[in-house]
Write a protein that binds this ligand. Structure first.
Ligand SMILES: C[S@@+](CC[C@H](N)C(=O)[O-])C[C@H]1O[C@@H](n2cnc3c(N)ncnc32)[C@H](O)[C@@H]1O
Length: 204
């Protein structure tokens, strides 16, 4: 397993601003997707569960997947008694069953090195007409992560949508749901648009 880049941040992750940010994502998501009680869901980059724990009561199971052991440890402390949660510590490629009805992910896609490979894998592990909901930021100049090297400085949703289509999903919508204001460089505030993309699996 690679270095846990979130190890130092896990204990402090659930700050008011992160809670507000994830609540906005969940509100936008629930306007587009009505989770069903018989669904098995998978969250990519679940972190401490700020999103997934809100989806958990609505579905049969949530698989909380993340590469950060530290983030998942925080989640586990919140899960006592939640029998319908599964934890997957590792890359999403380690999930091999073909039973996922709904995939969701908030602010994790820009950390995934290979989007095409991820989407092809999602096509393999999902059921007919499965839904995918991805929230992330639109293309930015690298300042969102203080110019540290990360796999993606946001996404052009037209390009991301064609990647989804190529992998066998129909994109139903890709809309801005929030604009984050945060310090871009010392003393300068930047705006970062967050989008929610919803896609549905189509058979090959
Ligand atoms: C910005 S945090 C978002 C966490 C959570 N979704 C939230 O909104 O609070 C990004 C998360 O993606 C995880 N992550 C980074 N690379 C990953 C990968 N290759 N596969 C799965 N998760 C990854 C990190 O460990 C971290 O928990």
């Amino acid at each position: 397993m690679k270095t846990d880049n979130f190890a130092d941040r896990a204990a402090e992750w659930d700050s008011p601003s992160k809670i507000e940010m994830t609540d906005k994502f969940v509100a936008a998501l629930l306007k587009k997707v009505k989770p069903r009680a018989d669904w098995k869901a998978l969250e990519i980059g679940a972190g401490t569960g700020l999103v997934g724990l809100q989806i958990l009561p609505e579905v049969k199971t949530v698989v909380f997947e993340d590469t950060s052991e530290a983030m998942l440890e925080v989640l586990k402390q919140k899960l006592t008694g939640s029998g319908n949660a599964e934890i997957l510590h590792g890359e999403v490629f380690e999930y091999q069953k073909k039973d996922i009805d709904f995939v969701f992910s908030c602010m994790a896609f820009h950390h995934l090195p290979d989007i095409d490979k991820t989407l092809n894998h999602l096509h393999k592990i999902t059921t007919e007409n499965a839904l995918i909901a991805v929230g992330d930021i639109r293309t930015e100049d690298g300042s969102f992560h203080h110019f540290e090297p990360i796999p993606h400085t946001g996404f052009d949703t037209n390009e991301l949508a064609s990647q989804f289509s190529k992998a066998g999903f129909e994109v139903l919508s890709a809309e801005t749901y929030n604009v984050l204001e945060r310090e871009r460089t010392p003393g300068v505030i930047g705006s970062y648009e967050q989008f929610l993309l919803i896609a549905e699996k189509r058979d090959e």
